[in-house]
Design a binder for this molecule. Structure first.
Ligand SMILES: Nc1ncnc2c1ncn2[C@@H]1O[C@H](COP(=O)(O)OP(=O)(O)OP(=O)(O)O)[C@@H](O)[C@H]1O
Length: 603
């Protein structure tokens, strides 16, 4: 194992004071600002920044972290704004009641729109968000009851305990309480069981689903939360402006919110405030400056914004805050889980019990039969190797067993239960855990956090518990398990390292620890030795033998024949999608058929 423990990655001393005290300093500055003799103009500007920060925070979660691009945030701001404007003007309801009605309406709309559009991927999703942003905009502009394009006038200002808070310093306090509450809620959410699942979304759903994460549910969840932040912003906006009309909720504003998030640093909570502040200021200054320079009136600032978006994407893709973030030392997570409770564990199969039974499975891609009637079994405490030349159908077999691909024929049963036809998440729930041929991890999460993601199905606490910080006991139990599994594979010294900084051998061990965190009865390893150095392969072999000794059943797809022959109890050989032979390593090595298959000669 020593070969994997590279002393060059030892941790620097903990100098995280700036990160710990930075947010507190920001809060103190925000409290101090209205107490200073700043002109009202600047307080009003800061009120706008606070109002814009809320939808941008939603985009941090949705786009920056979750990888889902939405041009539609402004439309949700509009639902919040129109709801409060309409109800307070027409029914006389208190804004403190209409806030919640607006949030409910926004939440329901987002859940419906999200359930339809978030199944889409690639460029279809942003296009769909443009489509519904336009629809909502024209709906607001065409409804008689909402005053068509003139909107609703005469919206009252906010009152607190019957006291009108105006548009300056008191309003400032209300805006920033909401903005900071939302910012801290997102920070807490991201550092939780749900947060790790959300952070895994951007890398595609395959790994997250294999860890048991219901990716669609989490996508809809962050979409709704982002919309709720937008709705609160709309409510503030309506009572700040005292009037609403469709133009601030159109597609142009949706693009602007996205620009604020990208410029500020789409994956950073504090980047939302930075982005909202910089864009608001730029917009105001350019609106005055450009017409003067050019000599005629017009929205020239939009042209400059367009050019700036291209430049930011090219030269500062991670945004302004990432620039600061890189320079701040990363705090090491306080180790407070050593005496945490145990996570629920499943009943282990008896030694020698058939764990996986694959019967005549088949997969066709058009006319190509990639897997042709393959059958084999794996038993508890056994390492089975699945080998064959390139293109033999090993990965496809793996994907059929783990539910990534649907069967064209045949049956798979796990511990006596038919699992053919189930999805990856349902198969993971039953105790099948896997690693990937091309390592899939969240590079900007620590090793410990990545591995804790593997225990997702063994936790229960959701997003609300995380935001309220009532999930800590479970979090400690998850981290205790993650540390235990990392130590089991010899990675105990790397808990706080960012996964993206690991060498290939360590990344593969991370994946094994993550798979073990799920408390599996069957471990499927897809080319775990690929890219490993000799010493690392030896270390890997030692870990796998140790796991077998503990009663684990392992199915291994591997090209490294030295490792396969060394550790496997039983080997299944495939060629052109078919079952060539199976037997002990000695039998396989002695087989002319296998030799011919690998050498490409007739047999
Ligand atoms: N999604 C797909 N669509 C069409 N053909 C596919 C698909 N996936 C795999 N195949 C084909 O199925 C066959 C088996 O591929 P598979 O990746 O399972 O082989 P393998 O034994 O894992 O190969 P390697 O060792 O190179 O990873 C190949 O001919 C491949 O081109």
């Amino acid at each position: 194992m020593e070969a994997l423990l590279n002393p060059s990655t030892a941790h620097a001393p903990d100098k995280s004071a700036l990160r710990t005290w930075g947010p507190l300093a920001l809060v103190l500055v925000l409290i101090a600002l209205p107490l200073l003799p700043l002109p009202d103009f600047w307080i009003i500007q800061l009120n706008y920044v606070g109002i814009y920060t809320l939808p941008v925070l939603g985009l941090v979660l949705l786009t920056g972290v979750g990888g889902l691009t939405s041009f539609g945030q402004a439309a949700f701001v509009g639902i919040g704004a129109y709801t409060t404007a309409y109800l307070t003007v027409n029914t006389g309801l208190s804004p403190w009641v209409t806030l919640f009605i607006g949030m409910a309406l926004t939440g329901i709309s987002a859940a419906i729109i999200g359930a339809i559009t978030l199944r889409m991927s690639g460029h279809y999703l942003p296009l769909a968000t443009i489509a519904w942003a336009l629809s909502l905009y024209y709906l607001m502009g065409n409804l008689e009851a909402l005053g068509k394009y003139d909107g609703i006038l005469g919206v009252k200002g906010l009152t607190v305990f019957g006291f009108e808070i105006g548009q300056q310093r008191m309003f400032y306090a209300v805006v920033w309480i909401f903005a900071l509450l939302a910012a801290f809620a997102v920070i807490r959410l991201l550092d939780s069981r749900s947060g790790r699942a959300i952070r895994a979304l951007a890398g595609g759903s395959q790994m997250a689903e294999a860890m048991g994460v219901n990716t669609l549910r989490f996508k809809i969840g962050i979409f709704v939360l982002a919309a709720l932040f937008a709705s609160v912003s709309g409510w503030l906006f309506a009572h700040f402006q005292r009037t609403v009309n469709p133009s601030p909720f159109g597609l142009k504003m949706g693009i602007e919110y996205l620009f604020m998030a990208v410029l500020g640093g789409a994956a950073h909570v504090w980047g939302a405030i930075a982005g909202a502040g910089v864009v608001k200021q730029l917009e105001d200054q350019l609106q005055v400056l450009l017409p003067k320079l050019i000599g005629t009136a017009g929205s020239y600032e939009l042209i400059v914004f367009g050019i700036m978006i291209v430049l930011v994407l090219k030269y500062l893709p991670d945004g302004l805050w990432a620039f600061v973030d890189r320079r701040l030392p990363r705090p090491r997570r306080a180790v407070d889980w050593r005496d945490a409770g145990d996570l629920p564990a499943r009943a282990r199969p008896a030694a020698g019990e058939v764990v996986l039974d694959v019967r005549a499975i088949r997969k066709t891609f058009g006319g190509l039969v990639a897997v042709n009637d393959i059958s084999f079994q794996t038993r508890a405490g056994q390492i089975v190797g699945l080998i064959g030349p390139n293109g033999a159908g090993k990965s496809t077999t793996f994907n059929l067993i783990t539910g990534v691909l649907g069967l064209s024929g045949g049956a798979v049963s796990f511990r006596g239960e038919a699992i053919g036809g189930l999805g990856a998440r349902q198969i993971a729930q039953r105790g099948v855990s896997r690693t990937f041929q091309h390592v899939k991890m969240v590079a900007d999460m620590t090793v410990l956090e990545n591995v804790a993601l593997g225990a997702h199905l063994r936790g229960r606490k959701g997003a609300v518990a995380a935001m309220l910080r009532i999930d800590r006991a479970e979090e400690r139990a998850l981290f205790r398990e993650a540390e235990r599994q990392l130590q089991r594979v010899g990675m105990g010294d790397y808990l706080h390292e960012l996964a993206g900084n690991l060498a290939m051998g360590q990344q593969r061990l991370l994946e094994i620890a993550r798979a073990l965190c799920a408390d599996p009865a069957l471990l499927l390893l897809d080319e775990p030795a690929a890219g490993l150095r000799h010493k690392e392969k030896e270390a890997l072999g030692k870990v796998l033998r140790q796991l077998r000794g503990e009663g684990m059943s392992i199915l291994l797809v591997e090209h490294d024949m030295g490792l396969v022959m060394d550790i496997c109890d039983h080997i299944v050989v495939m060629e052109f999608g078919t079952h060539l032979m199976e037997g002990t390593p000695a039998e396989v090595q002695a087989s002319d058929k296998v030799r011919a298959a690998y050498l490409g000669t007739e047999h």
